[in-house]
Design a protein around this ligand. Structure first.
Ligand code: PMV
Length: 319
């Protein structure tokens, strides 16, 4: 029987995480080397079968827990498609994106499943980038509580985005990258749940709004400056802004000893800039490097305890 496949990339936040939840801008880019892939096929057996081989799980949609993320994606799709009952299907999802590491694994899984279902069932409208992004956002709400919307946007559009959370519609801009930017993405190996970190920052903000509003304003200023420097291709300045952004993330209490260790290691080995990426308290850090420094910084990161180091080049024509 014919199978339909769709994929979505991982992502990193270059600038502005956390502050983006409070209406300040942020910049995120896709990481195309790691992806979630969904496959949909007609089934001869009644019902919708969900298969997640990476997790060693196969189960019926009708028997899945209410807060099961995979089942939730399929249910969100089914409501959006106004399908009272889905046809008999098998949906398989695989992913090379590390889980709970700030690389957008949940959003990519959702976007890939929604796209594959829309294609397979020939519901073109739900396969459009904007709809994939909106439906992925609904799923992210279950996983994250109060997501800013940046993760679903970048994985659905698969383009670098300058993003501002606002009503009634988020502001989403793409921008040009005049000099290729090479990032190393190093995993601390410490799993961190975005929902918990975002919730903790919210409590701290509620306790001391003056302090946190000032930090968020500074992050917003850095993001606006970073957009200008990226468009102008001024790599050293971009690196400085990463270091500055990291100082504010530390002040927000979302850094960790493991992240700080990898960040100072990368800078010590010659990276132009380094910071945590995503929710923090674990997960991944990113380092901006030149082609010449890449190997030195990579091996320093591995010696300092990084579990994995990915390399991603950001250009106007994404590779
Ligand atoms: O941990 P991640 O990669 O899902 O990133 C979360 C980014 C935050 O700004 C902390 C939250 C959000 O929803 O934007």
């Amino acid at each position: 029987m014919a199978k339909t496949e769709a994929t979505a990339p991982g992502k990193i936040i270059l600038f502005g995480e956390h502050a983006v939840v409070y209406g300040r801008p942020a910049i995120a880019v896709p990481v195309t080397q790691v992806r979630a892939t969904a496959e949909v096929e007609d089934s001869a057996i009644k019902g919708v079968r969900l298969h997640a081989p990476d997790l060693g799980r196969e189960y019926w949609l009708s028997e899945a827990e209410e807060n099961d993320p995979f089942a939730y994606v399929v249910r969100v799709f089914s409501v959006a498609a106004s399908l009272g009952t889905l046809p008999d299907l098998k949906v398989t999802v695989r992913s090379t994106i590390p889980i709970a590491g700030g690389l957008g694994s949940g959003a990519a899984m959702a976007a890939a499943v929604i796209r594959a279902l829309a294609k397979h069932l020939d519901i073109t409208e739900l396969g459009a980038n904007q709809r994939v992004s909106e439906l992925t956002y609904q799923v992210e709400t279950l996983l994250h509580g109060t997501p800013s919307g940046i993760d679903n946007t970048v994985v659905a559009y698969e383009k670098p985005v300058f993003f501002i959370r606002q009503r009634p519609h988020n502001r989403i801009e793409t921008f040009s990258i005049s000099q290729p930017l090479r990032f190393l993405i190093a995993d601390t190996g410490v799993e961190s749940e975005t929902k918990l970190v975002v919730g903790d920052v919210r409590r701290r903000w509620q306790k001391d709004p003056g302090k946190y509003e000032k930090i968020f304003d500074n992050c917003g200023r850095i993001v606006n400056a970073a957009k200008v420097e990226i468009e102008g291709g001024r790599i050293k300045e971009i690196g400085h802004l990463m270091i500055e952004n990291q100082a504010y993330l530390k002040e927000m209490t979302v850094s960790s000893p493991e992240l700080e260790r990898l960040i100072s290691t990368a800078l010590g080995a010659g990276a132009l800039g380094a910071k945590l990426s995503g929710a923090g308290r674990g997960g991944n850090m990113i380092a901006l490097v030149t082609d010449l420094q890449e190997e030195k910084v990579r091996s320093a990161l591995l010696s300092a305890g990084a579990q994995r180091v990915l390399s991603s080049v950001l250009t106007n024509v994404l590779t």
